[in-house]
Design a protein around this ligand. Structure first.
Ligand code: BGC
Ligand code: NOJ
Length: 799
């Protein structure tokens, strides 16, 4: 029996940039992502999960059941039948007790090793660069001293492409399934006969001894994944699926002498064909591209080379920013896992994780802009394209769709719009990109409105209308009207919903006549407005316009000081009727984090001491053992005038959860105020590498999660919504710029550290320059500007 009270499930292996899981029964599936282009996979520590090409909703390749019991059932399973024992290298689904188990989650790959009765199975999973497939290298070794004859089965279950209808439309689905079997490859071609131009396949580099493509034949109608009837019988049904549930399984009858090894290479791929090239004969699919992929991974040497290329890709990326300090938790977070998570959130936005089903949410306007801040130094070309894609969904008045679908890049109306913070994030993303790259040319790119050809204006014009969208929508106090909501999607001040069957996020809002204003947008506007003015000056924009931008920013600062200060902290908002939210006058929800974060980052009222007071209030009222909660006291009942925020039980999500995303705002605010100890303490509390209690945290200890249960929750410290969260980019910004102090500027790097860790070294690539900096802190808060100059520079800075 496994010890379920155990508190440690794995550890970091810094040299290999891996997290090593040593107990498969983690408190929640601990997953990894694979893929760098448009083929992506999610894989758990027991090999559960799925893959898709381009779009997790419309091009889902493997079926996955989010609500299954047990959870995380389904994935790429290898079964070994050795005598009467059936086991899996990743423990699940059979859960046969293993003699040894290890899962290594690395950069874009996962390696699962299991050992049982003198047989070792080492399975390397990765998505090679340049191919739309997963490669599974299965290495079997006889570690005992007797000859072993056993069977190996592969198994995947196909999704009927549209992950949403796959779970709903059974009257149709159960009749559409089609497969083809050719050579060593099992093809999944459901709906290819009609409008689809794509199919999937699961092949192997040697002849198999049996196969199945029909789930019922392979598993048996009354069995689960843990008891496939063919495996237990040592047979294959050689079934050809017609409708029902198509799968792919190969069987191999193998014999290994003591000490001997065998290697099998499986390829799980996806192919698109032009309409005229879909078939080679009536009903027979064109397999040429699949065969090319199969040939690309026919030998171990080819796999080694592809794997080395993947490693080189990550070596190059993660060679761009390296810190060496005396704090290993900091170094591994900065050098490996935070940057890795930034890449994953950039690729996936909020679409597919173990908390996001890949169906509901595409690319968020505000989310994707914030994600840019985490990757502009890594993949600037893709950042550039993303900015253009996002801006292309904007409307002429500066408003925008809240989300767009990655497959079409078109705005998604179902998710609605009218979130009044959205437009400002375009300025945020673009400024981050230009500061990193120096590519002012992007401002001249023609960008359409709502993707309509012929409507193009320059990106700079889009930024102008983004800015104007705030000044065109001011409320009675001269503060920004909140619209449907600001960054906090759950502060629904114009919604007034009493119908449980409508979504807070999309239902009709009563913005007409509303007085609801947001201090979070006000702070964001001041911070981004200043950045915008500086950018405009750099490009010699029309002086009168720059003056107007500066004047609008100044007016907003005044409005915040006059109407947005509560005495000890910044107010959060005014509601529909003009009543205060986030004030000492309120019974609940007296203090909120978002306005403290943004107004202190914008340094509003700093001279009058407002920022220090607001930061003190964060410490005094919001900080708890595991981080700062979003608001306090939590709402104890549903308030129709506030919406979804009060729908959550106390301590969870937007109702007084520790919403990790906005902790970095305060951390940056602290650093800007020169309060290094506070900034560092807040940072350590939300950074998983510092977490001691893995069982309590529950989710992966190597990535940030969106929310950790707050002090009012049942289990304070329990994490949820790991991986896809703006926390990744924001903690990156906080640690790299505010704490370690490496701040990209238009013409160089400003080094301005604020972290109580003494001396450390930074190696930072910046455009065509490479800086090797030794930073010695004297505690006086000094700074240095290093003008951009291509080439290598070694500098010793005492600050
Ligand atoms: C969640 C938010 C999220 C929103 C939009 C809400 O249910 O609490 O965190 O931003 O949905 O998807
Ligand atoms: C998650 C959403 O993805 C993000 O856009 C939003 O700002 C936060 N939740 C807060 O509600």
């Amino acid at each position: 029996m496994r010890d379920l009270t155990m508190n440690t499930f794995g550890h970091f292996d810094d040299s290999g940039r891996e997290y090593v899981i040593t107990n498969p029964a983690t408190p929640w599936p601990w997953i990894n992502y694979m893929g760098t282009e448009d083929f992506f996979s999610l894989i758990s520590n027991t090999a559960g999960g799925y893959c898709f090409c381009k779009d997790a909703k419309f091009r889902r390749i493997l079926r996955y059941r989010y609500n299954g019991v047990p959870m995380d059932a389904g994935g790429r399973y290898y079964y070994i039948k050795d005598g009467d024992t059936v086991w899996n290298p990743g423990w699940k689904p059979c859960k046969t007790e293993l003699d040894a188990y290890e899962c290594r989650h690395g950069m874009g790959y996962t390696r699962v090793t299991g050992e049982k009765d003198g047989l070792k199975a080492d399975v390397l999973f990765f998505v090679p660069i340049g191919h739309r497939c997963e490669v599974h290298r299965v290495r079997l070794t006889n570690t005992g001293n007797v000859r072993k004859s056993f069977q190996l089965y592969s198994f995947v279950e196909w999704c009927l492409w549209n992950a949403s209808t796959d779970m709903e439309n059974f009257q149709r689905n159960l009749s559409t399934g089609q497969v083809e079997i050719d050579g060593n490859v099992l093809y999944h071609k459901t709906e290819y006969r009609e409008r689809r131009d794509h199919y999937a396949f699961f092949g192997v580099n040697r002849k198999f001894d049996g196969f199945d493509t029909d789930r019922e034949t392979f598993i048996g109608l009354y069995n689960g994944f843990e008891a496939p009837q063919q495996v237990f019988a040592g047979t294959s049904g050689n079934s050809v699926a017609h409708g029902w549930s198509p799968i792919a399984s190969h069987r191999f009858d193998l014999t290994l002498e003591p000490g001997a090894s065998e290697e099998l290479i499986f390829v799980l791929g996806y192919v698109e064909n032009a309409p005229e090239e879909k078939f080679v004969a009536p009903g027979v699919i064109n397999k040429a591209k699949a065969q090319v992929m199969m040939r690309a991974f026919a030998t171990g040497a080819q796999v080694d080379a592809a794997f080395a290329a993947l490693k080189a890709y990550w070596d190059d990326l993660l060679g761009r920013f390296i810190v060496a300090s005396d704090v290993p938790e900091l170094d591994r977070t900065v050098n490996v896992w935070n940057q890795y998570q930034c890449m994953i959130t950039f690729f996936f936005s909020r679409s597919a994780s173990y908390f996001e089903s890949g169906i509901g949410r595409g690319m968020g306007f505000r989310d994707s802009n914030q994600d840019l801040a985490g990757i502009v130094h890594l993949i600037p070309d893709r950042a550039r394209q993303r900015i253009i894609d996002i801006a292309s969904t904007q409307f002429p008045d500066g408003g925008c769709y809240h989300q767009y679908q990655p497959l079409t890049k078109r705005g998604n109306n179902d998710i609605g719009g009218g979130f009044n913070d959205d437009p400002l994030w375009l300025i945020f993303g673009t400024v981050a990109y230009i500061r990193e790259t120096g590519d002012f040319g992007i401002l001249d790119e023609p960008v359409p409105f709502d993707n309509k050809p012929g409507t193009e204006v320059s990106l700079l014009e889009h930024l102008k209308i983004s800015f104007a969208h705030v000044t065109d929508n001011l409320g009675p106090h001269g503060l920004p009207l909140i619209g449907r909501a600001d960054w906090n999607d759950c502060l629904n001040l114009n919604c007034f919903s009493d119908n449980p069957d409508e979504s807070f996020q999309t239902t009709e809002n009563k913005t007409e006549g509303s007085k609801a204003e947001s201090l979070m947008i006000a702070g964001l506007f001041v911070a981004e407005g200043r950045d915008f003015a500086e950018l405009l000056e750099r490009i010699d924009a029309d002086k009168a316009y720059v003056d107007k931008v500066r004047a609008d920013v100044a007016a907003m600062e005044e409005a915040v000081k006059k109407y947005g200060w509560d005495g000890e902290w910044f107010l959060r908002a005014y509601d529909y009727y003009g009543r205060k939210i986030g004030s000492d006058e309120c019974e609940e929800g007296k203090v909120f984090i978002e306005s403290q974060g943004w107004c202190t980052m914008a340094r509003i009222g700093a001279e009058e001491g407002l920022c220090d007071k607001a930061l003190d209030s964060c410490v005094n009222y919001l900080e708890c053992e595991h981080g700062m909660v979003l608001n306090t006291p939590a709402y104890t009942h549903y308030i129709k005038d506030y919406g979804e925020i009060s729908s959550y039980p106390e301590g969870y999500k937007e109702n007084a959860g520790i919403f990790c995303h906005n902790n970095p705002w305060v951390i940056i605010g602290e650093a800007m105020a020169g309060r290094a100890e506070d900034a560092w303490r807040h940072y350590k509390k939300i950074t998983p590498a510092f977490t001691k209690d893995q069982a309590l945290r529950k989710v992966e200890p190597y990535v940030f999660c969106q929310m950790v249960a707050g002090k009012d929750a049942e289990k304070p410290g329990e994490g949820k919504n790991s991986w896809l969260t703006g926390t990744a980019a924001w903690t990156w910004k906080a640690v790299s710029e505010a704490l370690l102090g490496i701040k990209p500027q238009y013409d160089g790097l400003l080094v301005e550290p604020c972290i109580p860790i003494g001396t450390y070294r930074i190696r930072r690539r910046f455009r065509d320059a490479e800086y090797d900096l030794t930073i010695r802190q004297t505690g006086k808060g000094g700074k240095a500007f290093i003008p951009y100059k291509p080439g290598k520079q070694v500098l010793d800075l005492t600050l």
